[in-house]
Design a binder for this molecule. Structure first.
Ligand SMILES: [Fe+2]
Length: 293
């Protein structure tokens, strides 16, 4: 039997019901009060670790409770058998509850100094809502996670954006976001993509899958990126990562027996917002200016 020793080892075992212990979630918030950053790592690889502090740590605990409520009362075997489009609807329901907590505003407030330093200005805009990622075990690319990309492949407004990524399970394992270190420096024109011309399974434009950040129009990078250098974005307990939106990154197959959860959104200098694009989940412009000090 798998024991559930730490929050970041996963939520649910295959064929087993709820295993998340809320005591673990409370411990998590207590561990996360010391801020650490790693500027050297940013320069080398394009990623930047931040320890969740203050209200950001509280928020993570609140989000964990929503996930527990949404996914924890079912046997994983029954969740695994749900058809993609119905599963996306389940994730969207949980994502809406998470966004009702105002996570983007709270995280930017709690880490405004950190985000400003990374982005290069105090005058920040941020994605209107956050995406909740919930990848079931053994799904392939094209099912319910996004393959390697940089943000501007799908949205030219993102060329100056940074990703904020918060693992909510399995953070210390290799079952996390993957990235190519230093790839944010590769010029766009060197990266060649094949347009798959199809969405992920069951992802329709404006549908639930689209609203939880999946793609109705897939692209695969076929040259210009050295994927032999791929690394896992391992994150110590209680930390999040901010990385350049141009960094080549993608979610890998989940080979564990647990659903993999994370939260993400984008931040950008306010002066760089072009507002050409709409966030369909929010039903409004992609970025919002709320975060001037
Ligand atoms: Fe991305």
């Amino acid at each position: 039997m798998t024991v559930f020793p730490r929050f970041d080892t996963g939520f649910f075992g295959r064929g087993r019901g709820m295993r998340l212990q809320m005591g673990a979630a409370r411990r998590m918030s207590g561990q996360a009060m010391t801020q650490t950053t790693d500027e050297g790592d940013l320069a080398a690889s394009g990623i930047h670790h931040l320890t969740l502090r203050g209200d950001a740590a509280v928020l993570k605990t609140e989000i964990s409770a929503i996930i527990l409520e949404a996914f924890g009362n079912s046997e994983i075997s029954s969740i695994e058998s749900i058809k993609s489009e119905n599963y996306y609807a389940l994730v969207l329901q949980a994502q809406n509850k998470v966004n009702a907590l105002d996570p983007v505003r709270r995280l930017v407030r709690a880490h405004h100094a950190d985000f400003s330093r990374i982005v290069g200005t105090k005058d920040l805009s941020a994605q209107r809502i956050s995406y909740l990622r919930a990848v079931r075990p053994s799904r392939e690319v094209g099912d319910e996670f996004v393959d390697f990309h940089r943000e501007s492949l799908f949205n030219p407004d993102m060329v100056h954006a940074f990703n904020v990524w918060i693992p909510l399970s399995q953070a210390a394992t290799g079952n996390v976001l993957r990235y190519v270190p230093g790839s944010h420096h590769i010029p766009d024109e060197e990266i060649v993509c094949r347009n798959e011309g199809v969405g992920m399974r069951g992802v329709e434009k404006f549908g639930a899958g689209h609203k939880v950040g999946l793609l109705y129009d897939r692209k695969t990078i076929v040259s210009g990126v050295d994927f032999s250098a791929v690394d896992a974005m391992r994150v110590p307990e209680g930390q999040m990562v901010v990385f350049d939106g141009n960094l080549i990154h993608g979610a890998g197959r989940n080979d564990t027996n647990d659903i993999r959860f994370s939260l993400d959104f984008r931040i950008i200098p306010a002066r760089r917002v072009m507002n050409h694009s709409v966030n369909f989940a929010a039903g409004d412009a992609y970025f919002t200016e709320l975060y001037q000090p």
